[in-house]
Design a binder for this molecule. Structure first.
Ligand code: DDQ
Ligand code: CA
Length: 273
């Protein structure tokens, strides 16, 4: 008797606690908006570096030693290149076949993985000299972005899907639809793996989405409109969209650039004003 009478208030209490916390626990459609306010970031430019204005940047990564690797697009001009961060100078360039439009690029071990637009064929390159090029097939709808946590590959194909793939077989081992306030976030483009998150350029926007690789949930937004606007204002009419995120995990430096941008920026995040 006494045990049962104790359980009633306990049940009521835990029910109340459950109801109180439920909206903040990520259930239901509107959960994203509830605690995202403090995860909308503006940026501050820390440093600017030169960037080849002919590089239609599609993949970007930092490989240590002030060295970037970059994949570029456009038919007849697609390439993989080793680039000096400080000077923007292209130190090694491997041209792709004219029928390929270079897309996402990532570095796993000593091999670069690159995907290409409108084809399921990608290529691996030995980091040293961009040599020993080998084709592979992948199973995404299309090749847009690539990133890695050092074990698996993450990929995007221009839809709202974030893929997880086995680098040995390219088989899709997991995938998630990325949503914000219940709506799909489409056009996920160039990717970067940063502190257990996947960051994605959203094509034709000046925004980067922070995504959980575990469930595809949206962890935040980074707003960068001043970069393209600044370039346009200073007369760089030929630029295309923001694209290209690279992370220097050792020095915690974050780099971004865009397609045909004459500059590459080191930025840091700050809370949106
Ligand atoms: N993608 O990078 C978003 C996947 C594709 C971009 C395609 C842009 C086409 C530009 C074509 C210009 C032709 C001169
Ligand atoms: Ca990247």
């Amino acid at each position: 008797r006494r045990r049962i009478s104790m359980m009633i208030p306990l049940a009521l209490f835990s029910g109340a606690v459950f109801l109180f916390f439920m909206p903040f626990n990520g259930w239901g459609n509107s959960s994203d908006s509830l605690d995202l306010a403090h995860r909308i970031h503006d940026i501050e430019v820390v440093a600017e570096f030169p960037h080849d204005p002919d590089a239609f940047t599609q993949g970007l990564l930092y490989a240590g030693d002030d060295t970037l690797f970059e994949s570029t697009g456009l038919y007849g001009k697609s390439s993989v290149r080793k680039v000096s961060l400080l000077t923007g100078k292209v130190e090694v360039l491997e041209k792709m076949g004219d029928s390929y439009f270079g897309e996402g690029l990532t570095l796993l071990g000593e091999r670069l993985f690159q995907v290409a637009w409108l084809t399921k064929t990608g290529f691996t390159y030995e980091l040293r000299n961009l040599s020993n090029i080998k084709p592979f097939q992948h199973y995404m709808k299309d090749g847009w972005g690539l990133a890695t946590d050092g074990e698996v590959l993450f990929g995007s194909d221009g839809t709202s899907t974030l893929y997880r793939m086995d680098p040995r077989t390219m088989k899709v081992t997991d995938k998630h639809t990325v949503r914000f306030n219940g709506r799909e976030v489409r056009y996920l483009n160039e990717l970067e793996y940063i502190n257990n998150e996947v960051w994605a350029n959203v094509w034709q926007s000046d925004c980067i989405a922070r995504i959980s690789p575990n469930d595809g949930s949206l962890l935040g937004w980074i707003l960068l409109p001043q970069l393209s606007q600044g370039l346009l204002k200073s007369g760089h009419r030929g630029i295309d969209v923001l694209n290209g995120i690279a992370w220097d995990s050792e020095k915690q430096r974050l780099f971004v650039t865009g397609k045909l941008w004459p500059k590459l920026y080191q930025i840091k995040l700050k809370p949106a004003s």
